[in-house]
Each structure stands twice: as structure tokens, then as C-alpha cells.
Design a protein around this ligand. Structure first.
Ligand code: NDP
Length: 237
């Protein structure tokens, strides 16, 4: 399969890139700043250009358009798009009296709007692919039905908005045979999740990979839940 992954230079995106490569897929990995880890993977998987890396700040539509142009030099189709890139900008999780509203729109831009922009611009390539699969890495934090937090407004709001975007896409693109899924990857030891998290990036990536491949292979019958966790359990909207 040909897989496009955003935010692949560190954290879960890097681990997903590694896992898809190990499983023999061709990966197009986007980054904002290419670190040593992604460059190392590139050197390991240079045979047949199994890994291609592309610079792309997903909040900048012009950069998404440019990334698509680069992609089209190498392929005329993509099977799986994985919207992984996200930010958690609210430092220290302030209480209601101390919110810093300057981070709200930038959070929504990356976490909620950019995944939809990616879909819009990559759709012609996805429509030519066999996989017809769009995955957005969401979070249990985006669940309104199971909301327990008293803080973290901007991140939670951004993932709830992402969930709605993908739900509408499911209505629109499901008819064309597209599989759309929102996957909560678990609490993962990344810069965002912190060292005390329960899953290593590799463990989460292995589980998320399984959920993605099930989605590709089984298609998306009406009865399949759209919003699931890394173990496949449905999450309440
Ligand atoms: P990290 O903070 O470790 O990594 C985030 C990635 O997103 C980085 O590669 C970063 O690139 C990229 N990114 C951020 N902003 C942009 C942008 N504007 N354009 C392009 N890339 C960007 O997070 P995780 O790996 O933990 O998170 C991966 C996904 O999993 C996210 O969607 C997150 O919300 C979700 N998630 C994570 C959980 C966890 O416990 N870690 C729990 C639930 C969900 P750069 O290095 O350039 O900043």
C-alpha cells in the first residue's frame, strides 16, 4: 500500500512510519523539521525509494499544495492518508481564570482544519488508490459523551471538531467506498504524552497499524464504528 503520514519526524508519526516500512509498505512521510530519526529511517529504507520524505507544515495550505506537487512526481495514487500531526499548546493546563486564548486558533488550525485541508488536496490521489482509506489520529479527549476533564479546553475542543469533520466526510465519501476512521492511539510516551504514559510509541503504532489494516481490508460497513481506540473499542462521540 502507498501510505501518506503527516507529522512523521517524531512521536507516534515516526513510529507509524517505521512500522508501515517494516511491514513492506511504501511511505510518504511529511515533516516540518526533519530530525535525525527520520533521516536515519530514510537511509535504512532507501532501496526502491520505499520511504520518501516531504516538507509540509499542515497548517499552511500553500505547503500542502506544494507537497501534493512533489508527491505527484513519484506516484499517481495514495491508498491510505494518516492525519497524525497535532499540537497541544496550552502550557500548564490553566484553569478557567487563566486561559491563554492566543493558542486557541493555532490549535484548531493544526488539529481540526489541517486534516480536512489534507483530505481536500489529496483526494484526487486517494480516489485513484486501491485502499481509499482516510485515518485521523484523534483522542479520547475529543469525546463529548465521555468528557471528565475540567481543563485542557483547546486540545479537547480541537479533537471534537476533528471528529465532526471526519463524520461529515464519512457521509460524503462513504458512498464512494471510502473508509474513514478516527483512532485514539492510547496514552503514548511522546513529547505530547510525556514519559509517564502507558504505551511506547512502537506499541501504540503496532496496535494502530492493526486497526488501520482491518479498516482497509474489511471496508467500512454501516455497522462499523467510526471513532475507536487503539484496541478497536468504540468511543462515545
Ligand atoms: P508529538 O507532540 O510527539 O508529535 C507531534 C507531531 O506533529 C510532530 O511530528 C510535529 O512536528 C507534528 N506537527 C505539529 N504541528 C504541525 C504542523 N503545523 N505541520 C506539520 N506537522 C506538525 O505528538 P504525538 O506523537 O504524541 O501525537 C501524535 C497524534 O496522536 C496526535 O494527533 C495527537 O493528538 C494524538 N494523541 C496523542 C496522545 C499521546 O498520549 N501522545 C494521546 C491521544 C492522542 P514538529 O516536530 O515539527 O513539531
Amino acid at each position: 500500500m502507498k501510505v501518506l503520514i503527516t507529522g512523521a519526524n517524531r512521536g507516534l508519526g515516526l513510529a507509524l512510519t517505521h512500522h508501515f516500512l517494516q511491514e513492506g509498505h511504501q511511505v510518504f512521510a511529511t515533516y516540518r523539521s526533519k530530525g535525525e530519526d527520520l533521516a536515519h529511517l530514510e537511509s535504512l529504507y532507501q532501496k526502491n525509494h520505499q520511504l520518501r520524505t516531504i516538507s509540509c507544515d499542515v497548517a499552511e495550505e500553500a505547503q500542502i499544495k506544494q507537497a501534493k506537487k512533489e508527491l505527484e512526481q513519484w506516484t499517481d495514487s495514495i491508498d491510505i492518508l494518516i492525519n497524525n500531526a497535532a499540537v497541544h499548546l496550552e502550557q500548564g493546563r490553566p484553569d478557567i481564570g487563566a486561559l491563554d486564548f492566543s493558542v486557541y486558533l493555532p490549535t484548531l488550525a493544526v488539529n481540526s482544519v489541517a486534516p480536512l485541508m489534507m483530505v481536500q488536496h489529496m483526494l484526487p490521489l486517494l480516489q485513484k488508490g486501491q485502499g481509499k482509506t482516510i485515518i485521523s489520529i484523534s483522542s479520547e479527549a475529543g469525546s463529548i459523551g465521555n468528557c471528565w476533564r475540567e481543563r485542557e479546553y483547546s486540545y479537547c475542543m480541537s479533537k471534537a471538531a476533528l471528529n465532526m469533520a471526519m463524520r461529515i466526510l464519512q457521509n460524503r465519501l462513504g458512498k464512494e467506498g471510502f473508509r474513514i476512521r478516527l483512532i485514539h492511539p492510547g496514552w503514548v510516551q511522546t513529547d505530547m504524552g510525556g514519559k509517564g504514559a502507558s504505551l511506547s510509541p512502537a506499541e501504540s503504532a503496532r496496535a494502530v497499524y492493526q486497526r488501520i489494516m482491518e479498516t482497509v481490508e474489511e471496508g467500512m460497513p454501516q455497522t462499523h464504528p467510526l471513532y475507536i481506540d487503539w484496541e478497536g473499542k468504540p468511543l462515545p462521540w
